[in-house]
Design a protein around this ligand. Structure first.
Ligand code: ZN
Length: 286
């Protein structure tokens, strides 16, 4: 029996005491491996550390376009490259572009976090994105990227940086069919998350995406704005997404599980070897 692979989360951001429970609950839901992605150099470091402590957790390293504090420095690039070489790192993530106006963000009460979005950040984000794709290319790591309101620029950069050679996935995909088709034309995977449960338009788009190009993620992070802790998204919720995907494609949940895990391992390529080993060790994959 295949196991699910959650290709994108931020479970490193939970209280350290929560991690074992999150991993156990995901395990009971049939999730065999979880990738947790850094959003800054420091959090990438933390992701790598956690990946060494939990056998079924693997790391992504990267700087999120919303979390930049300035230009990515040569020191940052050096640190990301060093982390990217760690065998528990299986993707470059999270990186990408975000053109959301800063006033659209509602920071948590008491937080002094300011998103690095707005026109003055566009070129800084772009240079950082290109630098991180380059690390992925050098280290054989697929790039799992973020794009919000920046589709044209994202596609332009992906093409110029020859993403086809590196491989990658559009994380938390919520685009239309034109964007989906442009991604597929570049040989990229479409990573589907919980919006699939609610959006009719999105369901229609995903119905048309060939199953071989779909991977699953929850993007789980501490949702402290939800008062009921039981309602926070966790990697165990991959199952809900899989059930909806099975319904849309007219196949069984088991088919979805086998296919999306196979796709995810293809996405990770050679660097996914430790993930393959963990899934196989738990009777997870063929
Ligand atoms: Zn994310």
């Amino acid at each position: 029996m295949a196991l699910f692979l959650d290709i994108h989360t931020h479970i490193d951001q939970h209280e350290p005491g929560e991690l074992s429970g999150i991993v156990e609950r995901s395990r009971s839901a049939g999730v065999g491996a979880i990738i947790t992605a850094g959003v800054t150099v420091a959090s990438s470091e933390r992701c790598v550390k956690i990946a060494h402590e939990h056998p079924s957790v693997f790391a992504g390293v990267g700087v999120h376009p919303e979390d930049m504090t300035g230009e990515l420095t040569p020191g940052d690039v050096g640190n990301l490259s060093r982390l990217a070489a760690d065998p528990r790192v299986v993707v470059m993530s999270e990186t990408g572009l975000d053109h959301t106006p800063p006033e659209s963000f509602r920071p948590a009460p008491g937080s002094d976090w300011k998103p690095s979005t707005g026109p003055e950040w566009h070129e800084i984000q772009e240079r950082a994105f290109r630098a991180q794709i380059a690390i992925g290319r050098e280290q054989g790591l697929a790039v799992v990227f973020h794009n919000r309101l920046a589709t044209e620029d994202t596609l332009h950069i992906l093409k110029e940086e020859r993403i086809r050679d590196t491989g990658g996935a559009a994380h938390y995909f919520q685009g239309d069919w034109d964007y989906a088709r442009a991604l597929l034309d570049l040989g990229l995977y479409i990573s589907v998350a919980k919006p699939l449960l609610h959006s009719r338009d999105f369901q229609e788009t995903v119905r048309n995406v060939p199953l071989e190009w779909i991977v699953l993620e929850t993007d789980a992070f501490p949702q402290s704005y939800k008062p009921d802790r039981a309602k926070w998204t966790e990697p165990k919720d991959i199952r809900l997404i899989a059930v909806k995907l099975a319904e849309l494609h007219g196949i069984t949940v088991e088919d979805v599980r086998e296919s999306t895990t196979r796709n995810a391992l293809r996405l990770l390529g050679q660097r996914g070897e430790p993930v393959r080993a963990v899934l196989a060790g738990s009777g997870g994959t063929k």
